[in-house]
Design a protein around this ligand. Sequence first.
Ligand code: NDP
Length: 329
Amino acid sequence: MTFRALVSNRHEDGEVSSTIETLSDERLPEGDVTVDVEWADLNYKDGLCLTGAGGLVRNYPHVSGIDFAGTVRKSADARYAVGDKVVLTGWRVGENHWGGYAERARVNADWLVPLPEGMTTRDAMIVGTAGLTAMLAIDRLEAAGLVPDAGEVLVTGAAGGVGTIALSLLAKLGYHAVALSGRPEHAESFTALGASAVLPRDEFLAQPDKPLESARWAAAIDSVGGKILGKLLKQVKYGGAVASIGNAGGIDLDTNVLPFILRGVTLAGIDSVMQPYGARVAAWSRIGETFDFGGYSALVEEVRLEDLPEAAKRILAGRIKGRVLVRVR
Ligand code: NDP
């Protein structure tokens, strides 16, 4: 009845370290569904939680892992039966509730989503929060009027989890996606995902800064924030929209109101964590119909629970390409 978990502890000097422990069910938090976790993944936020950076985790000992997929082991909720395949992302699981870096998890049934038809638990964690967020961003841009023949869609932080999946989804949906990256050496991977062009970050930032710049982008999906988001807003075409999903480059936004009042640009914020159930189910279903898992396989790195502390440092240093999948059992 015991299970393995990667348990993090904070020491007196403030350092956080994580080790594999064997636990029993009494250690699981409150919840109405117990899941045998098969796969988890590594997101930027997991890097913060595992290293203690950003102060996201308040209570130790802690099990990180903001996403997981597995099979229901026990359920006190009528919506889930033993043996059902489920996926969980967000709801602050892995931050203030024990997460997916353990062979077993116990959660609130409201947080789960049934695995879409034809998707494996491994597939679901290739997608994870990153893919869900990319899909929600595209949905939002389309709701703001984006259509494939509107022009180029810029994807920043292109080598990251959200960036690579966004490039792939956009290409499958018929959009002209342009990859903006600080690592243009990965250009081949971007074009293999369907990007129509690659823009090196240095080149983009070196363009002279003006209050309003030449309009190029029909839309953009931005993982970076900071200077990159500030500058790209000035280059969005009349009536275009930008989905702001992340802050890998900083939380500041240095821009001005001209893109909004002279070009009618929309800046749409995307949050995947607290998305209501209906929106999650719809997004997972569209991912299942759209995402090219085969075409993405070269961008998947597989690790085990014990490898996570090292992988966490790499994701925070911007040295991960694509998605890190965690084989939990
Ligand atoms: P990754 O670490 O996989 O990717 C982030 C990418 O951003 C990197 O690959 C790099 O791309 C770029 N980048 C990193 N550091 C910098 C920097 N200092 N300046 C400019 N670019 C940088 O993270 P994810 O894709 O998982 O997440 C991206 C962001 O989105 C994070 O901030 C994350 O917290 C946030 N997020 C938000 C969600 C939401 O619900 N709103 C959900 C998921 C993630 P390259 O090398 O190509 O330039």
